[in-house]
Design a protein around this ligand. Structure first.
Ligand code: GH3
Ligand code: MG
Ligand code: MG
Length: 356
């Protein structure tokens, strides 16, 4: 018995060593996320995680940051949120079971009381003298106070239960919000984006309103990370997120689409207005002097490229995204730090060169 914790400890240390070894060999940043991915890999607890990683390794010899992010969100954070939801749901079910049992018990004792009241009223009919009547009334008073006490207890228990269930529902809401939010930037995550664009497209069709989509990618971000470090890169992603958010209006949805890519859904917005917004955001990003907080060192500037498309009657959500993405690709090809719309000649040219 006493050797078990020691064995556990040894195993944990062995997994940790493998995880850190992988991080070192592949030259990944030693972030908690990467450690968790490689630790899970070492344990082999998620066979599909291992399979995915092995496929990525055999294809490219390493995992890119986007690969790591994908593995993490698919196999680790998603499972964790699922576990949390299961936990809260189980507690709600448990609470409800207890309330039902209590109501059953209360109904049972009410039946017993009805029976005893019927017996009392029978006795009442036969009561011959004051003494007999007094006994009957006393027993009635007793029953009534009994009922009152029981009701009080029941009420208190139901109130406590209501409080508990309210709290659990709040927890559930927090978990739900968490499951839709990108932890780094606080923006809608990819899952939330997928949900919202479907809804926005359906609403636009229903109301015959325009719908535009903007896709954004940070330029030369890999070399920024390489020069200044991943954590400083993260700060830049936060900055871009903040600027996108500041420029968005009430019903617009700003999302982190993937690694250093963002998307903005623009309901009731025509292409020209979407382009103006995109260009304004682009200028804002390039105008910021980046300064490393810890050292005060000037890191220069970053730029973003943007692609903008507007929904057509025959579009699916996928074809709209593909067009905005192709515009973004055209913006990259024509020099970066620019906005390309689907009506621009650069977009047509890039579409042609892709087909060719
Ligand atoms: P391009 O101008 O063509 O977009 O070049 P790029 O270097 O930005 O594009 P590439 O796709 O080659 O590299 C994307 C980089 O974004 C690599 C990856 O490490 C980085 N990245 C992705 N997600 C994150 C993140 O969450 N944090 C940080 N710091 N970097 C990230
Ligand atoms: Mg990219
Ligand atoms: Mg990029």
């Amino acid at each position: 018995m006493s050797s078990e914790p020691a064995e556990d400890h040894q195993r944990t240390m062995a997994f940790a060593e493998i995880a850190l070894g992988q991080i070192k060999v592949l030259g990944h940043p030693a972030t908690p996320r990467n450690y968790e991915v490689w630790y899970s890999y070492a344990t082999g607890y998620h066979p599909s995680l291992n399979q995915t990683i092995n496929e990525m390794l055999s294809r490219n010899g390493t995992l890119t940051d986007a690969d790591l992010e994908l593995v993490y969100t698919t196999y680790i954070s998603a499972t964790r949120i699922g576990d949390k939801i299961d936990g809260v749901s189980a507690r709600i079910a448990d609470e409800l079971k207890q309330v039902m049992a209590m109501l059953d018990a209360a109904a049972g004792s009410a039946n017993t009381r009805t029976e005893s009241l019927t017996a009392v009223s029978d006795k009442l009919g036969n009561a011959k003298d004051g003494e007999a009547l007094r006994t009957i009334v006393e027993s009635l008073v007793e029953t009534a106070s009994d009922m009152k006490q029981n009701n009080h207890a029941l009420e208190a228990r139901l109130n406590a239960s209501k409080g508990e269930i309210d709290q659990l529902q709040e927890n559930l809401q927090v978990v739900r919000t968490e499951s839709l939010t990108d932890p780094l930037t606080g923006l809608a995550n990819r899952r939330h984006f997928d949900e919202r664009i479907e809804r926005a497209a359906a609403e636009a069709a229903e109301r015959s309103e325009p719908l535009s989509l903007m896709m954004i990618d940070v330029d030369h971000f890999k070399s920024f990370n390489d020069s200044w470090g991943h954590l400083t890169g993260d700060q830049v992603l936060r900055l871009v997120a903040t600027l996108l958010k500041q420029n968005a209006k009430g019903q617009d949805i700003v999302a982190r689409y993937g690694g250093e890519e963002f998307a903005v859904i623009l309901p009731n917005t025509v292409l020209r207005a979407a382009r103006t917004l995109a260009d304004h955001t682009r200028r804002e990003v390039m105008s910021k002097d980046l300064v490393k907080r810890s050292t005060g060192q000037n890191l220069g500037r970053v730029t973003i490229s943007l692609g903008v498309a507007m929904s057509r009657p025959d579009d699916t959500v996928q074809s709209l995204i593909a067009r905005a993405d192709a515009c973004l690709y055209a913006a990259k090809r024509s020099g970066r730090n620019r906005v390309i719309c689907e009506t621009d000649p650069e977009f047509a040219a890039s579409a042609e060169s892709k087909v060719a």
